[in-house]
Design a protein around this ligand. Structure first.
Ligand SMILES: Nc1ncnc2c1ncn2[C@@H]1O[C@H](COP(=O)(O)OP(=O)(O)O)[C@@H](O)[C@H]1O
Ligand SMILES: [Mg+2]
Length: 246
């Protein structure tokens, strides 16, 4: 059980975990802004399970989930980060954890997420890696058992954050949007055409997903490769009244 687990994670991919490696950096501050925004967006609505998704691959979902998890744990919440990208999972690498057992194991063996989750080097932060990749990811994350396990996880954790595959390619993220309390949409600025983003928003709304916030992930291309990670920055925007209009 995660509660009893010894910290197993060695944070190896330090640059990806900027909120842990460099908590004073502008990027870490931007993740804290995202956290505050989500807290406000959830004031009149319980917000214990949040899925992070994007329209396309490579927009920064996993990086966002990992750092969002870090800043939330740093703020004192007991946080579980779940790698529900059962196609191209990366959270085990970001946190330097093994991936022999994880979400797929919990779902297939009917185990509580807390029993399979691993502690990290960061206090209060636990990670449920993907586990072995199943042949039917959409079915697995869309199953009633996923909903039940997620609900049960909220008794063990204050906040459950889910990574996901992109919306354009597969239905997994939509299934997760339908069963979580809220959705954070990551948009890589300048890379994704507006109509692709718009389509993603319509799809999330079509399954009654509640968009809590949009994270604009900007990368200063000129500086890329020459400067450290914190020159890459994030902005979190949201509308407390109706995040969907963003
Ligand atoms: N703001 C950022 N600045 C620079 N690189 C970033 C940023 N966000 C993500 N990346 C990098 O972009 C790549 C894709 O990010 P990732 O979080 O894995 O995207 P996704 O999960 O959406 O596929 C990774 O190599 C990651 O380190
Ligand atoms: Mg990813």
């Amino acid at each position: 059980m995660a509660r009893r687990a010894k910290p197993a994670g060695t944070v190896t991919a330090v640059s990806a975990l900027v909120a842990h490696a460099d908590p004073k950096s502008p990027a870490a501050e931007a993740y804290r802004t995202l956290r505050t925004s989500i807290q406000f967006a959830g004031l009149d609505h319980k917000c214990r399970t949040v899925v992070v998704t994007s329209s396309s691959p490579g927009e920064g979902k996993s990086t966002t989930v990992a750092n969002f998890g870090v800043v939330s744990a740093q703020a004192g919440s007991r946080v579980l980060v779940v790698d529900s990208d059962l196609r191209r999972p990366t959270l085990h690498r970001i946190f330097g954890l093994g991936n022999a057992r994880g979400l797929s194991t919990a779902l297939l063996e009917g185990l509580p997420f807390a029993d399979v989750a691993q502690a990290t080097a960061i206090p209060n932060l636990f990670v449920l890696t993907s586990g072995p990749l199943p042949p039917n990811p959409a079915e697995l994350v869309g199953a009633m058992r996923m909903r039940e396990c997620l609900e049960a996880a909220t008794t063990d954790f204050d906040l459950v954050l889910l990574d996901s595959p992109p919306i354009v390619s597969v239905s997994d993220a939509l299934a997760l949007s339908a069963i979580t309390d809220g959705v954070v949409l990551v948009i890589r600025v300048g890379k994704i055409p507006h109509d692709v983003v718009r389509r993603a928003v319509v799809q999330i709304e079509s399954v009654k997903g509640r968009i809590l916030g949009v994270l604009m992930n900007s990368v200063n291309m000129k500086r890329e490769g020459y400067y450290y990670d914190y020159y890459r920055y994030y902005h979190a925007y949201y509308s407390p009244a109706d995040g969907r209009r963003r």
